[in-house]
Design a protein. Structure first.
Lengths: 594, 692
């Protein structure tokens, strides 16, 4: 029998460590690449709403692809859930497991995990796995759900389910999946792509073990985790000890329109450790608007600190994607609250709450980290499911993630119309879309109905996207922030709330202002859903913004001449395309005096 | 009849001249402000070396970084854009994905350095509808004229025209150009349907915008170079290396400068491929190691690979144009070794460049670089750099490594230097892997071909890391890219979007496909005709870019001989299934295959440089080439008394056992113990394990 040398007893020299780290990262990227290039549904192939990586037998992440943040760090939760529920209570070589149960560690039900055990010399040594968002798993409404009674309305639930046992396909299960989705062809082909990616990862893992030896590889993995932990602790210890709080309000739960939901974040910094306490946030909701604690709440909190403390753009260090950076961070949410619901509550629509939590972590820490934080971002998402039935009787389902905007920053404006915080997907080419489904985009531009939050560095500008359906269709929309604008900071002004309308070019008078969340809305041919994402808040006093920057914004149509004069104190000559510097100085002086 | 290849790099302009008297090599400093000054000087210089008059030069082939540098330095033309109402900000939004997952302070290059500022993107009424391309709203011609008036007021003379669904119907783009040229006769105009007639609005608009952004300056540079050469008495044809590895004319590149954004590295890849043929090896992985970066390309079966157009980005902007499949990583002689706050040991991607350069240059650099590690290990002789033209100070290398790496990590200087080399080699090996193994290529069937001055120091280590079969060192490693310029063909490509589900296709679809093929062929023929290539010397290949219905990424499939019909249509689908299997290790044999784009590639062979062979060994001892013996440290940590040989004095068939260094003016080759270096017919070298 093979007995593994205790990896703690092995010290890997710094050079081999970098070599193994590089190999891990390449394997994860390769797994992600195969998955999104092969897949059929646009949510995976274009949006790249997926994650992939390798894990040890204790479910520690050894490496993970740089795909979308909501997936990064979520797979260990799935692995723990699989351990609780695994068919046969044992792993065999050649097994492939599918898992998505939100009360057994999943991020949310549409994100199916595919996990393959990795055997080395006949012994289980780890896992290769990935997660990907699927178009339709047979939930109550096509694509997305919000207004549903419980988790059983979310569609097919898998827990430790074997799609292959010892290399043999479980045909009954494959057939079951094929019969229970509105987009069965895409679902099955995309699961096949996930299996191909996971198997590739397992093969590469074994090659790595053969090359460097098991003790060295796992010792290196441990050292890399310690390294990430050390980096994180160092940065936490730079924050003064204390309790920092911030709160905000979510629009509603998707059913009870008059009831706003509180999000309260308390960040407790003690030496080189930190706790994110969500106590005081709303109770769990009766709809799908809840956040699975293990697979989503914790993952989002970790990601928030990673952005704040280990900014990948400003530091030339790259911290490896592994468990180490999570260790000094504790996440608390009372059972029965929106961030830690009790079964059988549904918890599918969880994204906007996660984004708002991160936004509030940033806000809470603003007083002690003014150079690291940014003003309030859109911190929402627009997740739309369009669907309909073709003349053949088959469904078409299209999931679209719309972007947001960032808050102003200590040294630069907030980026415009871009995926925000936990989201980082790619949009669908509008031409590709219109060639393949009965929809067409009428407008995709920057918002010009309201300015972004003014500031020395202004907030980012949100998007306006108008999608028209060409036949009768259903729309479900998961969004937020129609009632509370992104916050300005250090003298910066607040941004603008989001908006969603339904119109029809044939009946221009019938404009419907929609709530931020709605489920299974039946719409007519030529109905247009227009989404306006929130504009970001401003950072610093608008009177300190460079007059030339204000001019540029006026010329680019980001700011009117009046707004420039009234808020920024900048007098622009639009005809000459110049700033009247003397008048501006005079005006700014007067405004400062008030 | 003489021909010159001239490759402009960041530091040096390399030249090679081939004439009846033989092959000559020359290097002059690059003139960064205007590359043409250095090019003309170099051309005059190499003609003097060869003893010929500049008027005897028949052709000059040029590899240039001019267009690339415009994108790096952000000093392209101020552009205007005319686009579809409702879609003014396609270029600003891009694919709405951030460059970093975990960052709050990231830059968004397409927003902070826009190719066209929003104020100059004018949306006009017009609408073309899918799937047929029917016109739903006619072009608002008055709005186009008003846009021109604004551009004139702002002094803008470079105009992008990009309309939604123009890949289905280009009538509005063509009409808008007519109007723009009436209003602004001198304008530099690019149509999105002309540069990339494919689906996907952002990528198509970005490609057109990039063409307008780099166009005016690049066109000026090329025409200026042409006239300077003429003033210098050079009457030859000037040809430019394109990113796809084919050469083209000055006029054609001035019109489509996006085709030469990768002109620089392309010459190296082609040079490497042809050196592979000279050594009798079809499967080659080229590694072109410069001062700051390394370009890596995998060439299976002697055929250059062209990147999937979905992967071609330049300075953060997508540019849909054929480019040789290569990866560039921040690993070169100037890569800096450093230790971070948490104690991790890194090499690169930051480079010391040529100013201050590696510590051993003595120009004030105190950070240790890869070059310093080579010096400490005795792999570079400080008195032999560039044949002794460049003097290096070994003590400065030693000091930098000791202070910055060895002492903090508690290592000896030698161990630290070995570590630097090992990490940089590993970084390169990982990049090679991503360009080879990750695409299903087995490196055991490939030879590593290292070049650039420092390349052959890394060849054997990279071959070991990748389990490659051996190492082939080119004849003149420091100048391989320039030689590559004289080893390629004229090449042009055009595309047409033809979206057809192949398994359901009938007569109407086949007619569309065949009509598109005919259009593409005639366009490519016209370009080759323009170059004066007789029809019987033109080669035109058409490929079908396909995907499974519902997928988002296309792969290339072959087209059947003759017109496509019901009987031979399966050829396309079969070839696509096979390609999918090869690229991803999986195929869906029963799924519908959808044709998305047809691409015609036209080429015409031009005469290749002939590198002369060297004499066979007369059986005499290799001692004739021995220069001196010095200690050198190898990767296994052993320091051995290592002989240095003058590579130019070795004869074909000579075998130099490791440990050894082979010196020549522009490069040093490392032969570790256990390996043997065999001189091949052209003075090129094969290094392999003894007994292998």
């Amino acid at each position: 029998m093979n007995v593994m040398t205790d990896p703690d007893a092995v010290t890997v020299d710094p050079i081999t460590l970098q070599v193994i780290r590089g190999s891990f990262e390449t394997i994860a990227e390769e797994m992600g690449h195969v998955l999104y290039r092969m897949s059929f549904s646009s949510i995976i192939r274009e949006s790249q709403d997926l994650g992939a990586g390798l894990f040890d037998v204790n479910f520690n992440t050894l490496c993970e692809s740089e795909s979308t943040p909501m997936h990064i760090g979520s797979i260990p939760g799935y692995l723990r859930g699989i351990a609780e529920t695994l068919e046969d209570d044992a792993w065999f070589e050649g097994d492939v497991v599918v898992h998505n149960h939100p009360y057994h560690g999943a991020s949310h039900t549409p994100d199916l995990a595919i996990v393959v055990p990795v055997f080395f010399h006949g012994r289980l040594v780890g896992f290769a796995g990935n997660t990907a968002h699927h178009v339709d798993i047979g939930a109550a409404t096509p694509g997305l759900i919000i207004d549903v009674p419980d988790v059983y309305a979310e569609g097919m639930l898998f827990a430790g389910t074997k799609l292959y046992r010892k290399g043999e396909p479980n045909n009954a299960m494959w057939n079951y999946i094929r019969r229970n989705s509105r987009a069965a062809q895409q679902l099955v082909a995309d699961i096949e792509a996930q299996v191909a990616s996971a198997r590739l990862g397992a093969r590469r893992f074994v090659e790595l073990l053969e090359k460097y030896g098991e003790p060295t590889v796992f010792a290196a993995a441990n050292q890399l985790m310690d390294y990430a932990e050390k980096m994180t602790r160092q940065r936490i210890s730079e924050i003064p000890d204390g309790d920092y709080s911030a709160e905000g309000w979510l629009d509603d739960d998707g059913r009870n329109r008059d009831k706003r939901l509180k999000v309260k974040v308390t960040v407790r910094v003690r030496g080189d450790e930190v706790e994110v306490d969500l106590t005081g946030s709303a109770d769990q909701t009766p709809t799908a608007y809840n956040v699975p604690f293990e697979g989503s709440t914790k993952v989002a909190a970790y990601a928030g600190f990673r952005k704040l403390l280990l900014d990948a753009a400003t530091s030339d260090l790259r911290v490896p994607s592994n468990e180490g950076s999570f260790r000094p961070i504790k996440v608390t949410a009372p059972l029965g609250s929106i961030f830690n619901p009790r079964a059988p509550a549904s918890a599918e629509a969880r994204f906007t709450q996660c984004n708002r939590m991160i936004d509030l972590i940033i806000r809470a820490l603003a007083p002690v980290m003014p150079e690291k934080v940014i003003a309030g971002s859109s911190a929402a998402i627009s997740f739309a499911a369009y669907s309909g039935v073709r003349p053949s009787g088959d469904y078409w389902v299209f999931l679209e993630v719309n972007e947001g905007a960032y808050g102003g920053r200590p040294r630069s404006d907030g980026p415009d119309s871009i995926d925000n915080l936990m989201a980082n997907t790619r949009n669908n080419p509008l031409e590709d879309l219109a060639m393949h489904i009965p929809m067409i985009c009428d407008r995709y531009e920057l918002r010009d109905d309201a300015p972004p939050g003014a500031g020395e560095y202004r907030g980012g500008i949100g998007v306006v996207k108008a999608q028209r359906v060409l036949t009768q269709a259903f729309i479900t929309h998961e969004s937020e922030r129609h009632t509370e604008a992104p916050w300005g900071i250090f003298g910066g002004r607040d941004g603008t709330v989001g908006r969603c309308t339904i119109t029809n070019p044939n009946r221009p008078e019938a404009l419907r202002d929609m709530p931020s969340k709605f489920s299974g809305l039946a719409v007519e041919a030529d109905d247009v859903m227009t989404y306006y994402s929130p504009n970001g808040g401003g950072y610093g006093d608008p009177l300190d913004r460079s007059a030339v920057k204000v001019l540029e914004d006026v010329l680019d149509g980001f700011c009117s001449v009046g707004h420039a004069r009234d808020v920024y104190g900048v007098v622009v000559d639009l005809e000459a395309e110049t700033v009247d510097m003397a008048a501006t100085e005079k005006r700014r002086k007067k405004m400062r005096a008030v | 009849m003489a021909r010159i290849g001239v490759d402009v790099g960041g530091t040096n302009t390399d030249l090679v001249l081939e004439c009846a008297k033989g092959v000559f090599y020359h290097k002059v400093p690059t003139t960064l402000k205007n590359q043409s000054i250095g090019v003309v000087e170099g051309v005059q210089g190499i003609c003097r070396m060869a003893g010929i008059a500049p008027s005897e030069v028949e052709t000059i082939v040029h590899g240039t970084t001019t267009a690339t540098n415009i994108t790096i330095e952000h000093n392209g033309a101020e552009c205007g854009m005319i686009t579809t109402e409702g879609f003014r900000d396609i270029l600003h939004i891009g694919r709405h994905k951030r460059p970093y997952n975990f960052s709050l302070h990231f830059d968004v290059p397409w927003q902070s350095q826009p190719l066209v500022k929003r104020r100059n993107r004018i949306a006009v009424a017009e609408r073309i509808l899918p799937p047929s391309g029917v016109i739903a709203t006619p072009l608002d011609e008055r709005a186009v004229r008003e846009a021109c008036a604004l551009f004139r007021k702002r002094g803008i003379n470079s105009v992008v025209i990009g309309f939604m669904f123009a890949f289905l119907n280009d009538a509005h783009e063509v009409r808008a150009r007519e109007i723009v040229l009436e209003e602004m006769p001198e304008a530099y105009v690019t149509l999105s349907s002309e540069v990339a007639k494919v689906m996907r609005e952002y990528e198509r608009f970005s490609t057109a915008a990039m063409n307008c952004y780099v166009g005016p300056k690049t066109a000026f540079y090329l025409r200026d170079l042409d006239s300077r050469l003429r003033e210098a008495g050079v009457t030859s044809k000037l040809r430019i290396m394109q990113s796809n590895g084919g050469v083209s004319t000055v006029e054609s590149c001035a019109k489509r400068p996006i085709r030469i954004l990768m002109s620089g590295p392309a010459g190296g890849v082609i040079g490497g491929a042809s050196e592979g043929a000279m050594a009798g090896e079809a499967n080659i992985i080229t590694v072109d190691i410069g001062g700051t970066s390394a370009d890596i390309s995998t060439i299976p079966g002697g055929v250059l690979k062209i990147m999937n157009p979905r992967d071609t980005y330049v300075s953060g902007h997508p540019v849909l144009t054929p480019m040789i499949d290569l990866v560039t990583i921040g690993a070169g002689g100037g890569s800096v070794a450093h230790i971070d706050a948490a104690g991790a040991f890194h090499v690169g991607p930051r480079s010391a460049g040529s100013e201050p350069g590696p510590a051993c240059y003595g120009r004030g650099g105190v950070e240790p670089t890869v070059t310093d590690a080579q010096i400490v290990l005795g792999r570079l002789d400080p008195d032999m750099a560039l044949g002794g033209d460049l003097r290096l100070d070994a003590s400065l290398s030693h000091k930098a490594i000791e202070e910055k790496i060895a002492r903090p990590l508690g290592m000896t200087v030698r161990e630290a230097a070995l570590g630097i080399i090992r990490i940089i080699n590993n970084n390169m090996a990982l990049a090679i892997r991503s360009n080879s193994v990750a695409r299903g290529i087995d490196p055991r069937e490939f030879s590593i071909m290292p070049f650039g001055g420092a390349g052959p120091l890394h060849g054997v280590a990279l071959a070991e890391a990748m389990s490659c079969k051996d190492v082939i060192v080119p004849v003149a490693p420091g100048i391989t890219a320039a030689v590559g310029l004289l080893k390629t063909d004229l090449q042009y490509e055009h595309t047409e979007a033809v979206i057809v589900e192949l398994m359901k296709a009938g007569g109407a679809e086949f007619t569309r496909i065949n009509a598109a093929v005919a259009t593409l062929r005639s366009r490519v023929e016209a370009e080759l005709d323009n170059d004066g290539i007789p029809r019987d010397q033109q080669t035109i290949m058409v490929v079908a870019e396909c995907r499974y219905h519902g997928q988002g990424f296309e792969l290339r499939a072959v087209m059947p001989e003759g017109p496509v019909d019901a009987a031979n249509c399966h050829v396309i689908a079969d070839s696509f299934h096979d390609q999918h299997q090869q690229d991803y290790g999986y195929s869906y044999r029963k799924a519908e295959v959808e044709l998305i784009t047809l691409r015609a590639i036209g080429s015409a062979a031009i005469r290749r440089i002939e590198i002369p062979t060297i004499p066979r060994t007369d059986g005499s001892s290799i001692d004739r080439a021995l220069m001196f013996v010095r200690p050198t440290t190898f990767d296994d940590g052993r320091t051995l008394e290592t002989p240095r040989y003058d590579r130019t004095r070795l004869m074909a068939g000579d075998r130099v056992p490791g440990p050894a260094l082979l010196h020549q003016h522009n490069a040093t080759t490392l032969v570790p113990p256990g390996y043997v270096a065999e001189t091949l017919d052209y003075g090129n070298t094969r290094i392999r394990l003894i007994g292998a």
